[in-house]
Design a protein around this ligand. Structure first.
Ligand SMILES: Nc1ncnc2c1ncn2[C@@H]1O[C@H](COP(=O)(O)OP(=O)(O)O)[C@@H](O)[C@H]1O
Ligand SMILES: [Mg+2]
Length: 356
């Protein structure tokens, strides 16, 4: 790509002006490992974009490039109208970042941590003090404000880190796995904080390994794996494709997986997915427990024995199976031993409207 400097000021009439984040064929390698193999993203101003993907997919690398901590090898990215390569300072002035691991100074209290950030950003003492009071209140840290943050729970630490990222009222906020490692309470609090942000008109890009989280928070989702976007759409499109709850079961005799899938296919409108390696069959269901009873009855009639029956919300693995027609490959394991196979499995489901 020719290195053409882009104008620092966006033209108000351009359509792209409404997009807070745009990337085009973003690539980045570390040595001979390609972390990003051409990522295209778009987040309209005021929206929440979720990058959903397993460990090693390239989420943090994308966030680091968009927050100007890392230069891309190729492609283009603009944040709040400014190119991350040619105008990193302009980008930095407009963003907040909460990294994958909460960055708080444990020796300082919550109030001191936030005050430090505010002062580092050039706020006057008085403005900084007021802003900190606001933030402490907003993230329910007022009570704990004057205790050293070293004693905080994971959820409190995460909220403090998030508050720090918002000190300057940035237009765009990056949250890298904001709830990984949190207990349900911490997760719920963080979700609430993200929803408050959005209500304020902030654009949020968050990364997550949880389908449910992306579903709760995001206006649009990009599913990434091995440095590529493998699917994208709104939360409801993704849900429709993956299904609500899923019935999952394992055939008691490995040779009967196909027959079990055949029975599942007869029960609802959704097509069962087969993971032959694990001997599992799963299917989306619109009315969980009723369908489950029908499935079990039909299997009994057919004389097919099953083990490990479950009814649960779809996992990231289910999503991968639905979206790609094959199980997700485990990163860094036995890849060379995997025989070459066609890019799309025989059971490829055809094209979802929102699939690339
Ligand atoms: N600084 C680095 N040096 C070498 N390899 C890296 C570095 N950062 C990331 N990678 C590799 O790039 C890939 C993507 O990593 P990352 O973006 O951290 O994924 P995610 O955040 O989705 O877990 C992984 O294979 C990871 O090992
Ligand atoms: Mg990461």
């Amino acid at each position: 790509m020719p290195r053409q400097p882009l104008p620092l000021v966006t033209v108000a009439t351009s359509r792209g002006d409404r997009d807070a984040i745009v990337t085009h064929e973003l690539t980045r390698s570390f040595g001979d490992r390609q972390a990003l193999a051409g990522i295209d993203l778009r987040a309209p101003a005021g929206s929440v974009l979720a990058l959903l993907g397993p460990n090693g997919a390239g989420k943090t690398t994308t966030v680091r490039i968009l927050s100007t901590l890392l230069r891309p090898d190729g492609g283009r990215a603009t944040v709040a109208g400014h190119d991350v390569r040619t105008a990193p300072h302009a980008v930095r002035e407009r963003i907040g970042l909460s990294g994958q691991y909460a960055a708080v100074d444990e020796r300082l209290t919550a109030r001191e941590n936030l005050y430090l950030v505010a002062r580092l950003h050039g706020m006057s003492r008085r403005t900084a003090r007021d802003r900190v009071v606001d933030l402490l209140d907003r993230f329910t840290l007022t009570e704990a404000a004057d205790r050293p943050s070293g004693g905080f729970s994971g959820g409190m630490r995460r909220r403090l880190d998030l508050a720090g990222a918002l000190t300057t009222r940035p237009a765009v906020v990056f949250l890298d796995e904001p709830t990984t490692g949190l207990d349900p309470r911490g997760r719920a609090d963080t979700w609430q904080a993200v929803q408050d942000l959005v209500a304020d008109g902030t654009t949020v890009l968050l990364t997550t390994q949880y389908l449910e989280e992306a579903d709760q928070l995001a206006d649009s989702i990009a599913v990434i794996d091995h440095g590529r976007v493998i699917a994208r759409g709104t939360a409801s499109e993704l849900k429709a494709a993956v299904g609500g709850e899923r019935i999952s079961l394992r055939a008691a005799a490995p040779g009967t997986v196909g027959a079990v899938a055949g029975v599942l296919a007869g029960v609802g409108p959704h097509r069962p997915e087969i993971d032959r390696r694990a001997g599992r069959v799963s299917v989306a269901t619109d009315n969980g427990s009723t369908d489950l009873q029908h499935v079990l009855a039909a299997l009994e009639t057919a004389g097919l024995a099953v083990a490990d029956v479950s009814l649960a919300p779809p996992t990231l693995d289910d999503a991968f199976l639905s979206l790609t027609g094959k199980p997700r490959r485990v990163p860094d394991s036995a890849d060379p031993a995997t025989p070459a196979r066609p890019r799309r499995g025989r059971r490829g489901k055809g094209t979802h409207a929102w699939r690339r």
